[in-house]
Design a protein around this ligand. Structure first.
Ligand code: GLN
Length: 387
């Protein structure tokens, strides 16, 4: 008897999702030889001592599975950082978990909280992994729009969006891609809004150490009533210029962490061992992050200086390593069409912000990553000025 091979057709869990814009634009940049200011990653090296430390830990035999929740020294160093920066006591045993990147942490937090039929409030522009994470768990994303060009949170609309099914609010400060930050007023509004509700918070703070003009980062960890319901997501990729290592973490109160770890242990089980040991050393010695804001503020200012007087109109970048540029003086193309043309014809790849929108129509603005060598920024700016 011959068995017929029959193709299997899947009913997609994510019917409206394609390949992420980061992959699309980085590939296009490589294909057409454009300067890649699209996907957010540095084009310069990390501290060589960090690489040496990883190599040393590998040579010393730390090459097998790390504990599921993370290497103890790294969890202790993370907890110590929260204590010293934000005055928040997290127990490294029960409240700190190392993840394979911030994206995994976000996914696990959502999966731990959201049941089918639950609602999660997100703000658009919305980092592209949030809504798929909600939908894979059978939840519904309730999208509140941040208006162009200020991207302020309309708290009245957020209040109106809360229903008895709301299980989580996802916030992101400093914000990717808008490069805005939440201030004390926002924190007060958020605290009032969730008081007495069972709403958890997923606070994506992966750019916590890249915040400009002397403004303080309003971590959920600083505010007791918010801390008590928050999964705070952090990332070593951004802090130590090693986005390819995919090491991040989540801090959350013990009851939340218990559920979080149930998911984490079956998504990745654990995160690579030698890098955790090396990062633990750097973090414990307070290396890297204290000077990171100044380092990137200089790059932001250099990039802005280099394009000054051109037809690109910069929005205020208050944090992250992204700069939004309004192009309405150049063309009335859609942001996607223009981003493609800019990469192909002018040799600079960017990210169209409509990729982060669900309801709002696109604004004439592209996102550029300035985590680049000064030479790269100079060359890119020359090309941008010529557009
Ligand atoms: N967070 C990065 C960005 O915004 C991209 C990360 C990724 O490609 N998944 O550019």
């Amino acid at each position: 008897m011959t068995l017929k091979s029959q193709p299997v057709t899947l009913k997609s869990k994510l019917p409206s999702v394609g390949t992420t814009i980061f992959t699309v634009m980085s590939k296009l940049a490589a294909d057409v030889g454009a300067i890649n200011l699209s996907q957010g990653f540095p084009d310069f090296d990390c501290d060589p001592a960090l690489v040496d430390a990883v190599a040393r830990h590998m040579r010393e035999g730390r090459n097998q599975y790390a504990p599921m929740q993370g290497v103890p020294a790294l969890r202790q160093a993370i907890a110590a950082k929260y204590q010293s920066l934000y005055g928040a006591a997290y127990d490294p045993e029960t409240e700190v978990t190392v993840t394979s990147g911030g994206t995994e942490g976000i996914f696990d937090a959502v999966a731990a909280v959201v049941h089918p039929g639950d609602e999660v409030i997100v703000f658009e522009p919305c980092y592209d992994s949030y809504v798929p994470a909600i939908e894979v768990s059978g939840g519904t994303a309730v999208v509140v729009s941040l208006g162009y060009p200020d991207y302020a949170v309309p708290w009245d609309e957020v209040r109106a969006a809360v229903t008895p099914r709301t299980r989580m609010i996802m916030i992101n400060s400093p914000h990717n891609p808008a490069a805005v930050i939440l201030g004390p007023q926002d924190i007060a509004e958020l605290a009032r809004l969730v008081e007495g509700t069972p709403i958890a918070i997923m606070s994506d703070e992966v750019y916590e150490h890249i915040i400009f003009d002397g403004v303080r980062h309003e971590s959920m960890a600083r505010h007791e009533s918010l801390r008590a319901r928050s999964f705070i997501v952090g990332s070593f990729g951004k802090t130590y210029h090693v986005t390819g290592w995919k090491v991040g973490y989540v801090v959350a109160p013990a009851a939340l962490t218990t559920e979080f770890r149930k998911v984490h242990q079956f998504v990745t089980f654990s995160t690579n061992t030698p890098m955790q040991h090396a990062l633990a050393e750097f973090l414990a010695q307070k290396r890297g992050y204290p000077e990171l804001s100044a380092f990137y503020q200089r790059k932001r200012d250099l990039f802005l200086e280099l394009i000054a007087g051109s037809r690109w109109k910069p929005l205020k970048s208050r944090g992250t390593y992204f700069q939004l540029l309004d192009y309405s003086a150049i063309t009335d193309e859609t942001d996607m069409d223009f981003a493609l043309r800019l990469a192909k014809n002018h040799g600079v790849a960017s990210i169209p912000t409509s990729s982060f929108l669900y309801h709002q129509s696109a604004s004439p603005v592209l996102r550029f990553c300035f985590a680049k060598k000064d030479e790269t920024l100079q060359l890119a700016a020359e090309r941008l000025r010529a557009v």
